[in-house]
Design a protein around this ligand. Sequence first.
Ligand code: ZN
Length: 150
Amino acid sequence: MSTDLRDLYQEIILEHSRKPKNAGVLEDPTAEAQGNNPLCGDRITVYVKLDGDRIEDARFDARGCAISVASASMMTESLKGKTLDEAEEAFGRFNTQMTGKEAPELAEDDELSALMGVRDFPTRIKCATLPWHTLRAALKGAGDTQITTE
Ligand code: ZN
């Protein structure tokens, strides 16, 4: 990764962690789940409101590090309006990019790429994937579920 790109990505993460999008409790969610990353101490609750099989709204309430908050902020932004199938696809793509052996393709116009710098710090990968696992648990459980990353 070039130094310029790394700086740009750090800027994006800082911006999202300082002023997270979709932070706060969602009233009357269709589904919610709590996630816990004991390695870092991140705790997050993700709320989803569905309209049929489409994600009408997604919010989160987090006590966590900059990376987990930025990841949750970007995730909720990118998934609003998506169908459940599209969300599952996005989860798979993000998870593979984050944990796969191959270096992911980076796109300057895709904010989620900003998180890929975390790949260099294996203990922080769970911070970035926690919101996604939690959202997925909410969608699968369609109720109040709890997950803990191992
Ligand atoms: Zn963390």
